[in-house]
Design a protein around this ligand. Sequence first.
Ligand SMILES: Cc1cc2nc3c(=O)[nH]c(=O)nc-3n(C[C@H](O)[C@H](O)[C@H](O)COP(=O)(O)O)c2cc1C
Length: 170
Amino acid sequence: MLIGENHPEGTGVKATVVYYTRFGHNAVIARAIAEKLAAGLERIETTRQYGFAQMGMRSFLNLDMRLRPMRTDFREDELLVLCTPIWAWKPASPARTFLKRAHLPPRLAVCFSTGGGPTLRAQEKLDQLLAGRGVAVTAFGEIDSRVGEEELRARACEFADRLGAVASGR
Ligand SMILES: Cc1cc2nc3c(=O)[nH]c(=O)nc-3n(C[C@H](O)[C@H](O)[C@H](O)COP(=O)(O)O)c2cc1C
């Protein structure tokens, strides 16, 4: 689907929003962005759910997570928007596993959701994962998810507006 084909707020860029969520915030964020951009929506899911300590440890130790089958080829898209929580200052492990395996388009936008912590290390980790793959990160967003659903949606829409502005050269 082309962004803007059937949506007045679309940007004319073919895009997909991919998200991972453990506690639901990124589902709200990703849906709002996809709706705003009239983009496709894909979910990263793990084969099992770990507890907080396991998630933190796996992230800290850079361990991959087993993912359920999903679309991995996004080369037909012009832009992929990845929405992921931060785990132990890094993009959550399932999102990192996805990034390693996926065939990405040349442009990636990343929206981190956080519990209020910094995202610089997560951005650096992302750069490492993408090194030499011909993928440019065109926008970073960070959303402190300790707010109600309406506010979460509003913050996601602000990020989507930024993406729309970049795409249309504003
Ligand atoms: C294992 C684990 C580690 C986390 N580490 C961080 C962190 O380093 N910094 C931060 O700001 N938030 C951290 N958080 C909070 C999440 O990033 C935040 O709650 C996020 O919005 C959850 O997204 P979700 O509801 O889509 O799963 C952590 C959460 C979990 C479960």
